[in-house]
Design a binder for this molecule. Structure first.
Ligand SMILES: NC(=O)c1ccc[n+]([C@@H]2O[C@H](COP(=O)([O-])OP(=O)(O)OC[C@H]3O[C@@H](n4cnc5c(N)ncnc54)[C@H](O)[C@@H]3O)[C@@H](O)[C@H]2O)c1
Length: 248
């Protein structure tokens, strides 16, 4: 029951949603792998969590690079003995009007958000299937429904939803589930950098009138990762304060 003693790899977990999820999972007894592409952030996060008595290990890896992902997943299994939970969380966005976006904007956004989730799921499922247990949780975005100025990001996140559905169909009989969370606006340091007029506009569109917290996503991830959530498969759960109810 729960996630106690389960091994969880959370990509991009030296910041924001991933970091809070890593903290909550470790507090609930999971052995947690902190991954990020920025070495100093991994080092700091591991030191912070270890000082709090949590069981964590760090893995610096670029999730958009197959060799880097394969080496990371092998290191996790060598160190903790299994890989039970994969949270494909690392992501970023290059936004702009269609006419202003470059090929590089498209490539980096799709590579990190979508190809990264594919590579990590592929490497992880090799260890989950023989154990007949696994939970893959992909972090998409409400923006997969479409957002103006978000061509690469919306497309990549729509791809994440498609990938989730395929994983659910291919792995379901093997004890491995795959689900997707579509967060809306969540309070992270990025929010503070937005001009006040943009913040006001975005808040005016929120049915709850407020932003979500990283814990709103962490709790939902833990629910899906739970041993007892094995009959939830291939779903998209919106954690967006109702913002998915209308477009734009
Ligand atoms: N914050 C929001 O409002 C929001 C809303 C919807 C969806 N999301 C999604 O939630 C996820 C987490 O977002 P966040 O706001 O916590 O972001 P964040 O920027 O705080 O954290 C993302 C982390 O991923 C890391 N990363 C980037 N590229 C990487 C790579 N190639 N390999 C490994 N790590 C890499 C970054 O260094 C960073 O530490 C993302 O997938 C994002 O698209 C966020």
């Amino acid at each position: 029951m729960g996630i106690k003693n389960r091994v969880a790899l959370i990509t991009g977990s030296a910041s924001g949603i991933g970091k809070q999820t890593a903290r909550r999972m470790a507090e609930n007894g999971a052995k947690v792998v902190i991954n990020d592409i920025v070495p100093e952030k991994v080092e700091e996060t591991v030191a912070e969590f270890a000082a709090a008595g949590l069981t964590v290990m760090g893995q610096v890896a670029d999730i958009a690079n197959k060799a880097s992902v394969d080496a990371m997943v092998q290191a996790v299994v060598d160190n903790f003995g299994s890989l039970d939970i994969l949270v494909n969380n690392a992501g970023m966005e290059r936004a702009g009007a269609l006419r202003k976006l470059s090929e590089a904007d498209w490539d980096i956004t799709v590579n990190i958000n979508l190809k990264g989730a594919f590579l990590c799921s592929q490497a992880a499922h090799n260890h989950m299937v023989p154990n007949t247990h696994g939970r893959i949780i992909n972090i998409a975005s409400r923006a997969w429904l479409g957002g103006p100025g978000q061509a690469p990001y919306s497309s990549a996140k729509a791809g994440v939803v498609g990938l989730t559905r395929v994983l659910a169909l291919e792995l379901g009989t093997k004890g491995v589930t795959a689900n997707c969370i579509a967060p809306g606006l969540i309070y992270t340091p990025m929010w503070d950098e937005l001009p006040e007029k943009n913040q006001k506009f975005l808040l005016s569109k929120q049915p709850t009138g407020r932003l979500g917290e990283t814990d709103d996503i962490a709790h939902t991830i833990m629910f899906l990762a739970d041993d007892e959530s094995g009959f939830i498969n291939g779903q998209v759960i919106y954690v967006c304060g109702g913002r998915s109810l209308f477009s734009g």
